[in-house]
Design a protein around this ligand. Structure first.
Ligand SMILES: NC(=O)c1ccc[n+]([C@@H]2O[C@H](COP(=O)([O-])OP(=O)(O)OC[C@H]3O[C@@H](n4cnc5c(N)ncnc54)[C@H](O)[C@@H]3O)[C@@H](O)[C@H]2O)c1
Length: 350
């Protein structure tokens, strides 16, 4: 397939780009190169014939129209977004702009592109919108999100993604755009930007610095190894039924504190300090409106498309810790980027 992938210099987008190129797809990676982007994430495929990069902004409709006309994709996989909840609390404007306005402009560019295609090409084209389980809000101690769970986003990030999901669905219903939507749980793995819980914990522990845990660390997330997500996404874009939503999850729930302790144990084995790394854990003020629990029921994608997560949480965490230990040249420069290693998202409640 010819795949236009937005946000392909980010964490998940780059995993999709690497897998897609490895599978022989032609890829156009369109990315604005915000603070979260890193060309090193795709260095392993950058010189492949099937790979092309364009710097650009999904909010720039004229640029998207021109790129679509030039590249002529069979599908757009839309991952470009502002993705960090804490940053959305401090500065929601960029989330509204990229996640909502940008998705709208991209859809309009795709609509114009489709109107110029032959019937066959139009029929087989797909617009795949990649979203999050955070649109469903927060769960109590039991239950799991299904594709029919009502939307109840609670952070500016989640609200912006929920809005974009609704817009994509509306463009499917109203204009007949062949859309697919996936909502996924928390990803982790190599190339994860060091503002997120798992890489932040690994790097603080490695440096012997305090490991901050929000609140009491009781919040539960359903963790998915990023390469498993990439496999799921390529499966959905190729075989998903137009108009459908698929939830994607790791079936691997864990409390934040348990993730942090597991990383500490890994570091004790690999880079022992005088005292166990757990001694570095420090409980800090919670995130305002911190969703208690997310969990995904991924029955539909398993039954319809045969997708299952392959990497267990224990194995994935070990692989991730090892990757950060071996790739200091990748993460060291990122520590200088704006906001990294700072406490973000404390918000000021009205
Ligand atoms: N990280 C997760 O756990 C998770 C879980 C479920 C869904 N998602 C969704 O998956 C997608 C990718 O997430 P991620 O964690 O890889 O994000 P990321 O922040 O690592 O990467 C986002 C990429 O988008 C690019 N970008 C931002 N604004 C842009 C714009 N206006 N135009 C073009 N490019 C722009 C950035 O430069 C960056 O390379 C997002 O849509 C996110 O909502 C993420």
């Amino acid at each position: 397939m010819r795949l236009m992938i937005t946000g392909g210099l980010g964490f998940i987008g780059s995993a999709v780009v690497r897998l897609a190129v490895a599978k022989g797809h032609s890829v156009l990676n369109l990315d604005k190169q915000t603070y979260a982007a890193n060309p090193a994430n795709v260095a392993s495929v950058a010189s492949e014939g099937g790979y092309r990069f364009e710097r650009g902004d999904i909010c720039d409709r004229a640029q998207m129209v021109a790129l679509l006309a030039d590249f002529r994709p069979d599908a757009v996989m839309h991952l470009a977004a502002e993705s960090h909840v804490d940053r959305s609390i401090d500065g929601p404007a960029e989330f509204i702009r990229t996640n909502i306005e940008g998705t709208f402009q991209l859809l309009e560019a795709v609509r114009a592109y489709l109107s110029g295609l032959e019937d066959d090409a139009r029929a087989s084209f797909r617009f795949h919108h990649i979203s999050t389980d955070e649109v469903y809000g927060s769960l109590g101690p039991t239950g799991a999100f299904t594709e029919t769970t009502p939307y109840a986003p609670r952070s500016p990030y989640a609200a912006s993604k929920a809005a974009s999901d609704h817009i994509v669905r509306a463009w499917g219903e109203t204009y007949g755009l062949p859309v697919l939507i996936t909502n996924c749980s928390n990803n982790y793995g190599p190339f994860h930007f060091p503002e997120k819980l798992i890489p932040k914990t690994i790097l603080a522990g490695l440096a012997g610095q305090p490991i901050d845990v929000y609140g009491q660390g009781e919040n539960v997330r359903d963790w998915l190894f990023v390469d498993d997500h990439a496999v799921a996404l390529l499966g959905v874009v190729a075989k998903g039924r137009v108009g459908e939503t698929y939830n994607i999850g790791g079936n691997a729930e864990a409390r934040n504190i348990d993730i942090v302790r597991a990383i500490c144990r890994q570091l004790d084995n690999r880079r022992p300090l005088r005292a166990p790394h757990e001694r570095l854990i420090r409980f800090v003020a919670d995130r305002p409106g911190h969703d208690f629990r997310y969990a995904i029921d991924a029955t539909k994608i398993r039954q319809d498309l045969g997708w299952l997560p392959r990497v267990t949480l224990d194995e994935g965490l070990a692989r991730t810790v090892d990757w950060y230990l071996e790739n200091e040249a990748w993460w060291r420069p990122l520590l200088q980027r704006d906001g990294v290693r700072q406490r973000l998202g404390l918000g000021a409640r009205a």
